[in-house]
Design a protein. Structure first.
Lengths: 114, 914
């Protein structure tokens, strides 16, 4: 699919956390393209989210009630679907980040040379 | 909180279904936006516009897959699958319109018939009275009625003195009441206007928790002995019918028995009294019986007309109540023993005991008469439904074998077996659902029709009378639930086996056979044959049943009754005002008879006390000089002069009553042959004397026999001839005037009625009269047999038709699948005749197998119907033989077309079609 040879695979479940964090970082609601672009930029092109995973992930988040989608204006005045965090989403994000950090710390402890 | 989350999630998913189209559009727009943004990015990186677009699309990936994945994520898998199955099922059904129509229709008929009969059973048997807490109600009655002499209304009735004692002494009931019914005449002259009267004790409405819809209802204060002018409570139905539901009905007056009664209240529409199947028009307190009737209904110890019911105190069981009742029974019966009670029954009377029995579903003559028939009809209708289901199963099996190829392809493409079976089942479910809905609607019409039929046939009076049968037939949850469960059951019955069968196939083999349905033919064929054999067996049972009931009815109708049935009109004459002294009436009645006799065309007229075939009382008699303690019962009838001539009952010896037999003359009687056989051992009775026991107020009397009549039926066409002693009403002291007048004439009915009305009006306009024609009256007494014969006949024909269709189906299929074989046979020299016989033999084999299976079923179920049959045993050989012959005839008819088709097979084309 993408034309980048170096395509790092995301750990399962982290995509949703990244999306939530992205939306939280930016004050206002974002559209799907904007979310993918942000993740790509901030991670220095390491994490490139494909559309085939992005939109299903967004749908999942919407079903679970952690984001809410609304139609609005994009930055170049086009009609776009914008996603924003719900209070439940914020809570969930905090919990997921905490879990992730705990797991990451544990992995690092195993992997790091003593 | 987990639960809340799941619920809101479910809610969001459901909303998705509602906004499905919008979801698709929005998703598409969102992706278009993304695509454009990406294209712009590429453009900004210096790529040409078209290349930008293509690159963007390539990077985007598979849009369709994305759309589907998104949609699937939102949907609820089960609902999606279900909707898909439903849509597909509807399409398949619509494709094959004739099959669908036939299937739905046969299901509707089967389910409709079952539901209608269930509705009737529910109304008559299963439902409780529409009062407060009916399960707490209990009836107080005698353990057995051995000691009850006199006029007995119901087998559970007591006399008023007994009721008053019960009321005083009982301790088990928090509220207790008594009730009795009667028919009265509202007209003041001319044609009678009958109304149903309900006599109740004061506590009834309070105990039952029934409040007045308008005005007020009775309290204990209203029902005191010697009440002068009690108010009248009318029923909701009467209020609507007679007063159009006007609100100012309270205070209006109704005239009864020459008195004015003021209406004080109206009962609610749901209250119809205590008897299921009947309603009432007017209600009066029991004390008012003394005003309406001359006789001592209230003091008589031989008039058993009240039914006693009460609400048990909390914590009291039926057994405890019975124990308490039995504790004071001896004292009660000793106190209430009437003076001059027939000596032979005194001991039984004193030995009577009271018991408490459940009363939550009320009493019901309708139930007693029809309950068994209704259960039997339900079983019959159930069998018809089974036959229809077998038919449908066969049809579906045939269709499934035609769809082999399609199912094989789908299995090869990855459909799981469960999913396929589920989809086929959904088709059957759709059929069952539609059939059941239509059936429920039909059931309403059918049950109302049945009740209407019973009403018009049961009350063949010429004057307009209120419908005797009153049942609440509005659809309720029980009935709908019954129809729905029948739908589910039938769906499983006829849908499951074909569905499983259809998916059992090895896909490869099915596709190789090219969808001709020839593979595994033998195995599938045997299931279908088994189904047809079952159909034939069940049809045999139903046809035999129909024949049994029809022949039973025929025997009843042709059984000798002993009297003439045609051309007899009965005019029930009632005297109202002015109330003359009783001894003046015989002269008036004689004059009346003479005037009616004088009408041209009238052949004979006679007075009688009770209408013929309505029964009467019975008393003990013994021959003069014989031992009085050896007395035995005989039935009693009181008839005027010329009665035997009018009813064409042959007098074998002696004479009829005539002018000699006055109140001051020696008492005379006429007896029938059965009496002579029982009491005189066949000797000539004329001139002999016998004594009749006293029944208050008449003392022991000696009678001289002046005539011998041929045996007649007394109360019921089904009974044996019993001994009857006829006495003259003119010699009966204190008899109320009026009663039935039997008229035999050659005139047409309408003219006769008009002439009699004119004559009576000329004598005295205040004389009331109602007319009945004798023959329809007799037919009304065998209404139950007529109903059973009619319905079982209808179901039998239906079963026969279904069996015919089923046989035809399988024979046609057999011919189609054996085309090759037939071609070979013909090529090898078989004649058309031989081929015909081949098919015919198949049909005969199936029917014989069916008969062999059906006969044991008949023998097993024979006992169920024995009480409903007259003159036949349930295993009557003639009926069974006829039924078997009918099935064979059906076999012939159903195999005709397939057999002819078989003979028309052209061997060459058949062999070519390998």
């Amino acid at each position: 699919m993408g034309n980048d040879a170096k395509k790092t695979e995301l750990m399962p479940g982290t995509l949703e956390m990244l999306i939530l964090k992205t939306i939280e970082r930016n004050a206002g609601p974002m559209h799907g393209y904007g979310i993918a672009r942000y993740i790509k930029q901030i991670s220095n092109d390491v994490l490139q989210v494909e559309e085939g995973s992005l939109y299903p992930a967004l749908q999942r988040l919407a079903i679970k009630g952690w984001v809410k989608a609304e139609w609005g204006q994009s930055e170049n005045n086009r009609r776009a679907r914008l996603y924003k965090l719900t209070p439940a989403g914020r809570k969930r994000l905090k919990q997921e980040v905490a879990d992730f950090e705990r797991v990451l710390e544990a992995i690092l402890r195993v992997v790091q040379p003593t | 909180m987990k639960m809340m989350d799941k619920l809101s999630q479910l809610w969001r998913r459901l909303l998705f279904y509602a906004r499905r189209n919008r979801f698709d559009r929005e998703l598409e727009e969102e992706m278009r936006f993304h695509l454009e943004m990406k294209a712009e990015e590429n453009l900004a990186a210096g790529v040409s516009p078209e290349e930008a677009r293509y690159a963007a699309q390539r990077q985007f990936g598979n849009q369709t897959l994305l759309r589907e994945v998104s949609r699937e994520m939102w949907g609820i898998r089960l609902i999606d699958a279900l909707f898909q199955d439903l849509r597909f099922g509807m399409r398949m059904l619509l494709k094959n319109k004739s099959f669908t129509a036939v299937a739905i229709l046969s299901l509707a008929l089967g389910i409709g018939a079952n539901t209608a009969i269930f509705q009737l059973l529910d109304a008559v048997r299963l439902r409780s009275l529409p009062v407060k807490d009916p399960q707490e109600l209990a009836e107080v009655r005698l353990a057995d009625m051995k000691g009850a002499r006199g006029g007995v209304h119901r087998s559970s009735s007591v006399t008023n003195p007994i009721w008053e004692q019960i009321r005083e002494r009982q301790q088990a009931f928090s509220g207790i009441f008594a009730w009795g019914t009667d028919r009265i005449n509202l007209a003041t002259g001319g044609e009678a206007r009958p109304a149903r009267m309900l006599y109740v004790s004061g506590d009834i409405f309070h105990t039952l928790g029934v409040n007045a819809a308008l005005g007020r209802v009775f309290t204990t204060a209203d029902d005191q002995r010697g009440c002068g002018a009690p108010g009248l409570v009318i029923s909701h139905e009467f209020w609507q019918r007679e007063f159009g539901g006007e609100a100012n009905v309270i205070g209006r007056k109704i005239t009864l028995a020459d008195r004015q009664f003021e209406i004080i209240g109206v009962t609610p529409a749901s209250f119809f009294g205590m008897e299921v199947g009947r309603s009432f028009d007017l209600a009066l307190p029991i004390c008012a019986a003394a005003l309406v009737y001359r006789g001592g209904w209230l003091n008589s110890g031989t008039y058993w007309w009240l039914t006693v019911t009460g609400r048990l105190k909390p914590g009291w069981s039926l057994e405890q109540a019975t124990a308490q009742l039995q504790s004071f029974s001896p004292g009660l019966f000793e106190k209430t023993l009437p003076a001059n009670y027939p000596t032979v029954s005194v001991k039984d009377y004193l030995g009577s005991r009271l018991i408490a029995a459940p009363a939550g579903s009320g009493v019901s003559q309708l139930r007693e008469k029809y309950e068994q028939s209704l259960w039997l009809l339900l079983a019959i209708a159930g069998l018809v439904l089974l036959i229809a289901c077998a038919n449908l199963a066969n049809l579906l099996l045939a269709r499934a074998s035609a769809r082999e190829c399609e199912i094989a392809v789908r299995q090869a493409l990855g459909a799981s077996r469960v999913r396929l079976v589920r989809q086929l089942l959904v088709e059957s479910l759709l059929l069952a659902a539609f059939g059941s809905a239509l059936g429920a609607w039909l059931a309403q019409a059918l049950s109302r029709f049945l009740v209407a039929f019973l009403n018009t046939s049961a009350a063949p009076t010429l004057s307009t009378s209120t419908a005797p049968i009153f049942l609440d037939l509005t659809p309720n949850w029980r009935m709908l639930g019954f129809a729905a469960s029948l739908a589910a059951l039938t769906c499983l019955l006829f849908g499951l086996a074909p569905a499983i069968r259809a998916t059992r196939m090895d896909p490869g083999a099915a596709m190789k056979a090219g969808g001709r349905g020839m593979t595994a033919g033998r195995e599938r064929f045997s299931l279908r044959r088994a189904l047809v054999v079952t159909q034939v067996a069940l049809s045999l049972v139903l046809v035999a049943g129909a024949l049994l009931f029809s022949r039973s009815l025929g025997k009843l109708l042709t059984a000798p009754t002993g009297f003439r049935q045609e051309g007899i009109l009965i005019a029930d004459v009632g005297f109202r005002r002015p109330y003359l002294p009783l001894d003046r009436y015989p002269a008036i009645q004689d004059a009346l008879l003479a005037r009616v006799r004088a009408i041209p065309g009238v052949e004979s007229v006679a007075f009688t006390h009770i209408m013929p075939l309505r029964g009467g009382g019975s008393l003990h008699v013994w021959m003069d000089g014989a031992d009085a303690r050896q007395r035995q019962r005989t039935s009693l009838s009181r008839v005027g002069p010329d009665y035997f001539k009018t009813m064409e009952i042959p007098l074998l010896a002696g004479r009829e009553f005539d002018a000699r037999d006055r109140a001051d003359a020696p008492r005379v009687a006429i007896v029938n042959e059965a009496f002579a056989r029982k009491f005189l051992h066949g000797a000539d009775p004329v001139g002999q004397r016998f004594w009749m026991e006293g029944m208050d107020p008449i003392p022991e009397t000696r009678y001289e026999i002046v005539g011998l009549a041929r045996d007649t039926k007394f109360e019921d066409l089904r009974e044996e001839f019993r001994p009857i002693a006829y006495t003259a009403p003119a010699q009966l002291v204190g008899a109320s005037p009026g009663g039935p007048v039997v008229i035999r004439s050659r005139l047409p009915q309408a003219e006769m009625v008009a002439a009699v009305k004119r004559v009576l009006n000329e004598i005295d306009p205040s004389i009331t009269v109602s007319f009945q024609v004798f023959k329809p009256m007799i037919e009304a007494t065998i209404l139950r047999e007529r109903l059973m014969a009619m319905l079982s006949g209808f179901f039998g024909m239906l079963a026969l038709l279904l069996a015919c269709v089923g046989l035809y189906g399988i024979l046609s299929y057999g011919v189609a699948s054996r085309t090759n074989e037939i071609g070979i046979r013909m090529a090898l020299g078989a004649q058309r005749r031989d081929v015909f016989w081949l098919i015919l033999r198949e049909a005969l084999l199936l029917v014989t197998a069916g008969v062999a299976v059906g006969l044991p079923i008949i023998f097993a179920g024979a006992r169920l119907a024995s009480t409903l049959l007259f003159g036949l045993t349930p295993t009557d050989p003639v009926s069974l033989l006829l039924a078997a012959l009918l099935m064979l005839a059906v076999a012939m008819v159903s195999c005709w077309i397939p057999a002819r088709r078989a003979t028309k097979v052209d061997p060459i084309t058949a062999l070519r079609f390998e």
